[in-house]
Design a protein around this ligand. Sequence first.
Ligand code: HEM
Length: 433
Amino acid sequence: MIDGQSPVPHDGPSPDAPHRLDPAGACQHAVNEELRARGAAVPILLPGDVPAYAITRHKELKDFVGHPDVAKNARHFAALQNGELPPDWPMGTLATIRGLVTADGDDHKRLRSLVTRAFTPRRVEAMRPVVHELTETLLDRLAAAAAADPDGVADLRRSFALPLPLSVICQLLGVDAEYQDRLHELSNEMVSTETVPERALAAKHEMMAVLSQVVAARLKSPGDDLTSALIASWDVGGGDSENDRTETSDRRSEQELIGTLLLMIIAGHETTLNLITNTVRALCNHRDQLDLVRSGAATWAEAVEETLRYDSPVSFFPFRYPTTDLTVDGTVIPKGAPVLVSYTSAGRDERAYGQGADRFDVTRRARHLSFGHGAHFCLGAQLARMEAVIALEGLFTRFPNLDLAVPDDRLIPHASFIGNSPVNLPITLTGRP
Ligand code: HEM
């Protein structure tokens, strides 16, 4: 489906005008259905009317992200390199962020191995009792929030789905609790596709400043946390011989390390927050499926996997660039064009999952791509799965009648085409009103 030989690109306007992605957040599934009908690779317009492409189907997405002629580093982004984008282009911060998600080849392998050396399966597993304990505390907080409301309504997102992964990633990294709320606000500014560029940049700088303090504290007194392990893996501040390191290389490693921490905070909670929210929403809207899990016919883990497919927490993920003209499903994507892969769309691709692709079925046991594929496969998949399963089981065991407090069509999508979830999830613990 993907080939590197470039047929002559057609001149003149395409029969279909490019689809303009809505930075304020639209229903991802409605957008995707329309895009999939147009093909596996579709011209789109990003904020600021920047031309780009979206990959919409499962097989083509898998092939594209694994293709040797597809890169992630912004030095391949033709319009950016040619100075065709305004300096305050809203998505510029995301495109040029330094670290794992924008590294290719050996550079990416090096960075990734520094992280995997410290972020081991054993370290994740060691968080299990912490996740259980936090879940119990937050269930109390959820009950208190509902009890305090005259209609018994609480926002599951704010009282439960957000603080759980945020506390987990902060505890894992050894970030003090006092920074948590601010880090979430800043991370939110950075991933919102509606944020004005100055705010995104200011948020990034403030986040880097907070994380510098965390690194400085851990350098002084290392602990049993992931940041200390990452510092050891990076060898930051460890140069004892003037011959083997310079101030510049030390500074560069430190910046790289702080960039990685920043990525882990954002990736480590915004996504899991959406996964927990989307799974609760799907189970409330499909009580027969919830009953299957409760009766043991399916597991909580299967409900979580089906949600990852059916309502992926990550939607249009930026950016990749072909390093040569590539043809995907008959569409020529020119060298250097920015491409977003739509995980929400791939999850409902009828070609991959059949006619009932838009049906939520916890017994489906189908593979999905929602943690990515290939060299950039999500490093936090094990942690996210563990958190979501413990959260879901705890939630529906403590509150078997938990349900949405408003009709599903009243839920408002989050202001982003990167993340996919409603902005809040009003629930009652005593059943649908
Ligand atoms: C439900 C939760 C999560 C989802 C759906 C998710 C999804 C993804 C996806 C789709 C990618 C690949 C992006 C691409 O290149 O196309 C990715 C990469 C990544 N994720 Fe996650 N993620 C989740 C949770 C986490 C957590 C909890 C962490 C860290 C604690 C994390 C850390 C990362 C990192 C570091 C990368 C970059 C890997 C690389 O570029 O080599 N993620 N994630």
